[in-house]
Design a protein. Structure first.
Length: 317
């Protein structure tokens, strides 16, 4: 590590600040640490109102998440080596790490598929679902419905070569409801744009309606991803795989967390299989060799702890 004099802010305060030393996205650790503390407080408020033990457990785990971060230098860049992540689904810090790793894996695989396929961005929606029955609706309607939708795609249109699917849940105006919708990145052959394979937005809506056996016409959106060296696809992927939307309604968030425990919201198929994207149940939230970093086992570790005085991570050892 460079001398303290080479970091102006750290020199001024007499402490090594991670936000200054980590000259990349690692500076976001401090930002997400603060988000996590807010989420911990929301779960604690939810526990007091709902008296569900899981909420208290999650609050405690999130509160202590990432209090210790060990870094090492690889190719003159500081990289996370290990940390005490809580791995709670709705922890902003852990969601940030999952999103970061997935984006890195997608980027590494991009060169293998970018010249072979075109890509579509699809959003599938349904009417708002009552919060208190979300789990039943998701398991009994969404899951089986999406399997029918997937089968229709992969077996009835040979130009479709795979997809990434992420389920997003947002809070509508009425806090007794949820607004779930599915985002998909779909890989297609150039043949897809021929008249006999092409599917317009009304057709996508039709097969989605049939798959879920709905009695209304759901809203769907479909667009082609521009050919710009993969930048648009990577940006879309960052959006699709982003952490869950957090709100200031502690009771809504707590009920949603209980309703979605152990449900899987991320899946992939076809040409995206080799990317091995991680979902909410994965435990490894630290970069490893498979992410492309060749680490020296004997490399020195630097421990950063949260400094409540400066509201930043500072070097401890």
């Amino acid at each position: 590590m460079k001398f303290l004099d080479e970091y102006p802010i750290s020199k001024y305060f007499g402490e090594y600040f991670l936000s200054e030393i980590g000259n990349n996205t690692d500076y976001k650790f401090s930002q997400y640490y603060k988000y996590s503390r807010k989420t911990s407080e929301m779960f604690l408020e939810g526990f007091r109102a709902l008296q569900h033990q899981d909420l208290l457990n999650w609050s405690y785990r999130i509160k202590n998440c990432a209090s210790n971060l060990w870094f090492t230098f690889i190719n003159d860049e500081i990289k996370l080596k290990r940390a005490n992540f809580c791995r709670v689904r709705y922890c902003p810090m852990c969601s940030f790490r999952r999103s970061k790793i997935n984006r890195a894996r997608l980027f590494q695989s991009w060169s293998k598929i970018s010249n072979k396929y075109r890509f579509l961005f699809l959003t599938l929606t349904v009417k708002n679902v009552p919060l208190n029955i979300f789990r039943d609706v998701y398991q009994n309607q969404f899951r089986s419905g999406f399997l029918r939708f997937r089968t229709n795609l992969l077996y009835n249109n040979s130009s479709i070569k795979g997809f990434i699917r992420a389920t997003e849940i947002t809070k509508p105006k009425d806090s007794n409801y949820t607004h779930p919708h599915i985002h998909m990145l779909i890989a297609v052959d150039e043949d897809y744009f021929d008249s006999h394979n092409y599917m317009d937005v009304s057709y996508w809506g039709k097969i989605w309606k049939e798959a879920l056996r709905l009695d209304y016409d759901p809203i769907t959106y479909i667009s082609a991803v521009s050919e710009d060296g993969g930048r648009s696809l990577l940006e879309l992927s960052k959006y699709e795989l982003k952490p869950v939307n957090y709100t200031d309604n502690a009771i809504w968030l707590s009920k949603l967390a209980l309703q979605t425990t152990k449900l899987r919201f991320l899946s992939y198929s076809g040409v995206f299989n080799e990317m091995k994207l991680i979902n909410e149940t994965e435990t490894d939230l630290v970069y490893s060799k498979k992410e492309g970093f060749n680490e020296n086992k004997n490399s020195k570790e630097y421990l950063f702890n949260w400094n409540s005085k400066y509201q930043q991570y500072t070097l401890t050892a």
